[in-house]
Write a protein of this length. Structure first.
Length: 329
């Protein structure tokens, strides 16, 4: 009986454990259980779920975060996986919240096909890791640069007069190679020691940023060379668009759906006799920022007539959406 029965599983994922629930294809609850987030736990979860019948689909929360390991194991076992959204807050307030309830809700959402998404491709993990490291290096470099500026403002008069005309690049280069021990004034020595540490930190972070950008460029060229070849699309912006798209374009049905995902599509805001649209405040804000930077580059330096870009920011943004969606097919 169990061998011929079709079932649907739902997974509520966490850092240390995954809670799975099994329902029939008619929506009847069968069982739920908790498994650790380790290879043995993933294998045990799949074996346990298959003991109830043939798995039609698995609904998993957080396929790109806590559920990434379980998702990979399920896909390797030939099970269709769908990413489900967290339960509606109003429903949670009525029914309460627990791991079994969330797992059953994920299974019912997968069975109903409500709000499902295809999990992102495996390349997304690599691109996302490099992007996170690069952004951290850029943020830390900006912080160190601001600290150097503040240090110069409060430095002794001799140091301030010597370096106040330097550009930030020349200042970092000079302070990274200064010799604090050659000075006799304790305040000057302390300021120069701090400045040297900050300058060397900036140089290290700049090298790190360059190396991470080069590695991002290699991966982007392998995944989608047409996107990287587009005018105004750099390694970091291309990587962000690919991470948002999931490196598998079949997740998106059209160019417009990707624009909405990036928060670049206008949202209807009509009422009565007034028909209008407003800017989207949702979507992936990192992808929205990437499209914005692409638009700025194309507006300022693209050989196309500038008047064609001036009508709205949505023009170049939709062009970028079209490139990432259609060139990856």
């Amino acid at each position: 009986m169990a061998a011929s029965r079709r079932v649907v599983i739902g997974a509520d994922t966490h850092l240390e454990t995954n809670h799975l629930a099994v329902i029939t294809d008619a929506g009847q609850p069968l069982a739920d259980a908790e498994f650790p987030t380790c290879p043995a736990g993933y294998d045990a979860a799949v074996k346990w779920a298959r003991s109830f019948g043939s798995i039609a689909i698995a609904g998993v929360e957080g396929t790109s975060s806590y559920g990434a390991g379980l998702t990979r194991v399920l896909q390797a076992a030939g099970i269709e996986v769908a990413e489900v959204s967290r339960p509606d807050r109003a429903a949670r307030r009525r029914k309460g919240k627990s791991d079994p309830l969330d797992a059953y809700a994920a299974a019912r959402a997968a069975l109903a096909g409500d709000g499902l998404a295809v999990p992102k491709g495996e390349h997304t993990t690599a691109l996302g890791a490099l992007l996170t490291a690069r952004r951290g290096a850029v943020k830390a470099r900006s912080a160190a640069t601001n600290q150097i500026h503040a240090l110069l403002v409060t430095a002794p008069a001799e140091l301030r007069e010597r370096y106040r005309r330097h550009s930030i690049t020349a200042l970092v280069k000079a302070w990274a190679r200064c010799r604090p021990a050659t000075h006799s004034d304790p305040t000057t020595v302390a300021v120069l020691m701090a400045a040297k540490a900050l300058a060397q930190r900036i140089e290290f972070l700049e090298r790190q940023k360059h190396d991470l950008t080069a590695q991002l460029d290699v991966l982007v060229q392998q995944i989608n060379p047409a996107l990287r070849a587009t005018y105004g699309v750099g390694p970091d912006t291309a990587a962000q668009l690919l991470v948002t798209a999931g490196t598998n374009p079949h997740r998106l049905r059209s160019q417009a759906s990707f624009a909405a995902l990036c928060g670049a599509a206008p949202v209807p805001a009509s009422s009565g006799k007034i028909t209008r649209h407003r800017l989207s405040r949702g979507g992936d804000r990192s992808a929205n920022n990437a499209l914005y930077r692409i638009a700025l580059v194309r507006m300022s330096a693209h050989p196309r007539p500038r008047w064609r870009w001036s009508y709205a920011a949505l023009g170049p943004r939709h062009d970028a959406c079209a490139v990432v969606f259609f060139s990856s097919r």
